[in-house]
Design a protein around this ligand. Structure first.
Ligand SMILES: Cc1cc2nc3c(=O)[nH]c(=O)nc-3n(C[C@H](O)[C@H](O)[C@H](O)COP(=O)(O)OP(=O)(O)OC[C@H]3O[C@@H](n4cnc5c(N)ncnc54)[C@H](O)[C@@H]3O)c2cc1C
Length: 430
């Protein structure tokens, strides 16, 4: 498979805290047969599982092939912010391309995505260690605080710097804004809940079953190391773990980017007071290369930011040093607290800065949903569900999601675009 990063980027990339909190699902042996199915799903993260659950619920025979163990991709190792987001396209550009209503339509889609996950976990009784009442953004500079105040919409709540301490949001911030939409969850518990629900819904689930070949004759043929699956329709749900030749159409249309996370040991009440941070809010800062963080229900602290430009050992060591020093700078009272877990994973950018959800042009029966720009807990889940509904009922997809994605410049060297982008963002964030 033609993948963009060095092999370690496609491995576990460290010790993920969530793996310690959930028993792995017991279903999903390797696929080792010759079989036929109505719909084959490639990739068992939130996107693939949400699509599978909807399709199987409508009575289709659905087979899901996951390359590694359940929860191995970004869906099993993210920050657990079920929040607005999914695109990084500026509003004005969205309006220019898709019409004046497009920004409002995009806002609605983001709200619907959060509601979709909320409804699903409530209806299915999935226990996800939920916390946080919406999401809080913290201004890292006077300028960004002024911008937040200017952009403030009616539903958001502003907190002046002088009032942050009483909200348990202590630190060197210029102010905060809380948007009421969204909540935090344990991403692996949500994933395991989905995997189990898919099994109960009749989805044939296979793990350790990488699809290595995808060809189309009378039907689609998916090859794994030990089997062949024939399918009338295929859903590509591989996101940041995609390959440029599965299928060739994907070449240069997506850009995987590493994101890194650390988690501390549980903080005592005194330690939380020392830093002035005891809030349950999930939060991020206003930097272009933002930090995201939250106190977990067991009093550990999770802190994440962009990952390394490569997966080489030297670069990974550098990013490990950087995330620790950024953490110590923003939360100085905790600079000496043990960090018990540290890991990275791949998120996925698209050249048009929007997710793609829809039929793959020129490939009858092939569909894809991907590219949530680091915000796929809600949007990836919803995208899988939207795509399945489109496949079942021909439900129209919003233009901004199903517009065929363009290609990045530089082809297989496109991740070199990230270095200057990160440098510029670092300068901007000073
Ligand atoms: C460190 C980190 C922190 C993040 N934090 C947040 C956050 O707080 N909030 C948020 O909204 N988003 C966050 N994200 C992004 C979010 O996790 C993803 O957008 C989302 O999980 C994407 O889901 P997915 O199902 O599309 O892809 P994934 O969960 O990545 O699943 C893709 C799956 O496809 C499988 N696959 C790939 N190729 C093949 C093949 N050939 N055959 C079979 N299977 C294959 C992979 O093994 C993988 O399991 C974060 C991501 C990372 C890495």
């Amino acid at each position: 498979m033609k993948r963009l990063y060095e092999a370690p980027a496609y491995g576990p990339q460290g010790a993920c805290y969530w793996a310690d909190t959930v028993a792995a699902p017991t279903t999903g042996e390797p696929f080792s047969r010759s079989a036929a199915t109505d719909v084959a799903i490639i990739g068992g993260g939130y996107t693939g599982l949400n699509a599978a659950i909807r399709l199987a619920g409508a009575g289709l025979d659905v087979t899901l092939l996951e390359a590694e163990h359940p929860g191995w991709g970004a869906s099993g190792r993210n920050g657990g912010f079920c929040c607005l987001g999914g695109s990084i396209v500026p509003e004005a550009a969205l309006a220019r391309r898709f019409g004046a209503d497009a920004p409002t339509q995009w806002e609605t889609l983001q709200d619907q995505a959060v509601t979709h996950v909320d409804d699903l976990i409530r209806a299915q009784g999935i226990e996800v260690d939920r916390h946080s009442d919406g999401e809080t953004v913290l201004a890292h500079s006077a300028k960004s605080w002024a911008r937040l105040k200017k952009a403030n919409d009616a539903s958001a709540r502003l907190i002046e710097a002088s009032d942050l301490a009483e909200h348990g949001l202590g630190g060197d911030w210029f102010g905060a804004m809380t948007t009421p939409t969204g909540f935090a969850l344990n991403p692996r518990k949500y994933h395991t809940g989905l995997w189990d629900l898919a099994a109960r819904s009749g989805v044939r689930l296979f793990s350790h079953s990488p699809v290595t070949g995808l060809t189309n004759g009378n039907s689609w043929h998916l090859t794994t190391p030990k089997g062949v699956l024939r399918a009338d329709q295929v859903v590509l749900a591989t996101n940041g773990y995609s390959a440029d030749d599965l299928p060739d159409w994907l070449r240069a249309r997506y850009l995987p980017v590493q994101s890194s996370v650390i988690v501390t040991r549980p903080l005592t009440r005194q330690e939380q007071e020392d830093q002035g941070w005891w809030s349950d809010q999930m939060a991020y800062d206003t930097r272009q290369l933002l930090h995201y963080f939250r106190k977990l229900p067991d009093d550990r602290f999770l802190f994440g930011m962009r990952g390394g430009l490569t997966a080489k050992a030297r670069e990974q060591k550098a990013i490990s040093t950087r995330i620790r020093s950024d953490f110590a700078r923003l939360f100085p009272a905790w600079a000496q607290i043990d960090i018990t877990h540290e890991w990275s994973g791949l998120v996925c950018l698209m050249a048009d800065l929007l997710p793609f959800v829809g039929p793959v042009p020129g490939h009858a029966g092939l569909f894809a949903a991907m590219g949530y720009h680091g915000n796929g807990v809600a949007m990836g889940s919803y995208a899988g569900d939207l795509l399945a509904r489109h496949m079942l009922e021909k439900a129209p997809l919003p233009d901004m999601l199903c517009a065929p994605p363009g290609r990045f410049p530089l082809g297989r060297f496109r991740r070199h675009l990230l270095r200057p982008a990160y440098l510029m963002a670092d300068l901007f964030d000073l």
